[in-house]
Design a protein around this ligand. Sequence first.
Ligand SMILES: [Zn+2]
Length: 704
Amino acid sequence: MKYSKEETSRLNIQTKKFLKENSISDKKELEELRATIRFHEWQYYVHDNPLISDYEFDQLFKLLERAEHLHPEWITPDSPTQRVSSDLVDVFKSVEHLSPMLSLENSYNADDLNDFDARVKKLCALSEGDELSYFAEPKFDGGSIALIYENDFLVRAATRGDGAKGEEITSNARTIRSVPLKAAFSDYGIGKVELRGEAVISKAMFQKINENRETDGLALLANPRNAATGVLRVKDASETSSRGLDVFIFQVSYVEDLKGENAMFKQKSHADWMKILDILGFKVALHERKVCKNIDQVIQYINQWVEKRDHYKYEIDGVVVKVNELALQEKCGYTSHHPRWAVAHKFQAKQATSVLLNVEFQVGKIGSITPVAKIEPVQLAGVTVSSISLHNEDFITSRDIRYGDQVLVERAGDVIPYIVKAFPELRTGKEKPIHFPKHCPVCKTTLIREEDEAAWRCPNFMCEAQIIQRLIHHVSKDAMDIDGLGKSLIERFFELGWLKNMADIYRLDYKAISNLEGMGEKSAEKLRLSVEKAKKNPIHRLLHGLCIHHLGKKVSKLIAEHLRYLPDLKDWPLERYTSIKDVGPVVGKNIIAFFEDKKNVKMLEEMEELGVNMKQTSEDKPKEIAADAPLAGKTILFTGTLKELDRKEAQELAERAGAKNLSSVSSNLNILVVGEDAGSKLAKARALGSVEIWTEQEFLQKIR
Ligand SMILES: [Zn+2]
């Protein structure tokens, strides 16, 4: 699977040919197309180094789908189209691992590691002065899985479970593009093998998932680990594929040759096996791992990762250290809980203890109730933390968190702080259980919780708290973008009875506003100008601003592209929505429900009378970038802290100038814009040599 130079160049020529001809004549050519797609999957998902654009990849994939549709008899089980099955899983089957998935002993400092080294040497009958080589690699923080390949095909995947038995998740694992459906183990005389890996979600992907969840009004996920383990166990496999899971393989745990004999010792070392897995197309920590000559080198390696971890693409919580030579591993053997030849060195977590003082139940714009813990302020990685989301009721009950509890708070990497656990052993007896309210804390309506949703919701559309949240959302940057009308003013106007719904924003009495304490004529006039400006907004902003459940920024844009006049949505049947690519039935149903409510229709009519634009503008239409736009056709990435722009603004400006924003450094990247404290991305771009490196100032000059 490892591609030679000749093979790479041949497949690149094939790529161009398929993209140009866009047709398949026979079975042999179809197999060529599959090989080409697998090559690009490998480049992208295993090596993080795409050679073609996402668009071109989609074209190849569509060509394959078309050809297989015409010739279903030519479909093979390892075809890239066969990753997603349409079967829904009801209950995951419990399956036994071929060899138990033991946990590792932990180490926390250099003393622990030196003790480990001394123990291992004793077990191996080496003297203290002898050198013993170790294999070290980052400890990824995700969900462990076991993959079984038989006769070169992936036949089973399972979660770790209790170590002896896990849950079968084969159809989910098949959708993960860094997991090969077929790998040529037979080339190495191997008939059956069990591999261990860690399924992880990158920090960037995690952020994206949470941004989408926020738009959709869903509870945010606590950390990338929870996100990854959650995705592994989704019941609809097609969802796994859309959520950017990667699997790093870190161990060969069981191996049989073609005759069914134990073949583990066909290789001399753990590193040898990992080399083979790399060649066979698996994602291994190729650039991260290191074979260390002795324990001092291991300690050095760990110290390097302590420095690097914040800038690394994935969340890691330590380094795993293994005796490299398999014969020596065998000599060390196992306790009933751990292998004696490995240790997990844990980084010092960014944790602190605090006391939970109170819980506030906040009402969101679609009525979701979020419990927010107020804790005694603590310092965590340079930030003072005094309030932390408790996400939902299940989070509180599963951790048995109580009022007055001592709690452990963690803030890892770029992740929002969260409560790891309470300390029941430190209770004094004065702690009280947290009862989730049965009624909305603001309007007292009985809360509801829909099946499959984690959050309790206040179903009262006229709930004051929701109205205020909706107004705040309506004027926010991503929606109508009314500068100068923030949360506190909205709350103030609401109290005064000036804002009852969104339409009221467009008929404010500026004379009265100028007489408010702390306002004056100048600020009233400023506000009037921003409201007037917002009236001319393209309709996708208004759509997003209506606060319809699941109608986020992206979907609003997609719908606006097909919409000449916003009130026309009144007459749209469900099929009209679902016929738009990437628009689902759920959002369609919610929009239909919105327009079935006469109050909403009337509100829109009033807005139109007040001068709010309802017609499609050129900004709503799919953008065609002029060929002479300053950054037309370029790819760009921002890293480090920018001085004048925030990240989002910078990306929007780049997009408007014709560039496409990328999320990582690869050979596809043209321009890297570097702010302060730029880390590994800058180093990687320099190493590539092909990337132009700009300062923020240079970027601003170029797009002007
Ligand atoms: Zn309410």
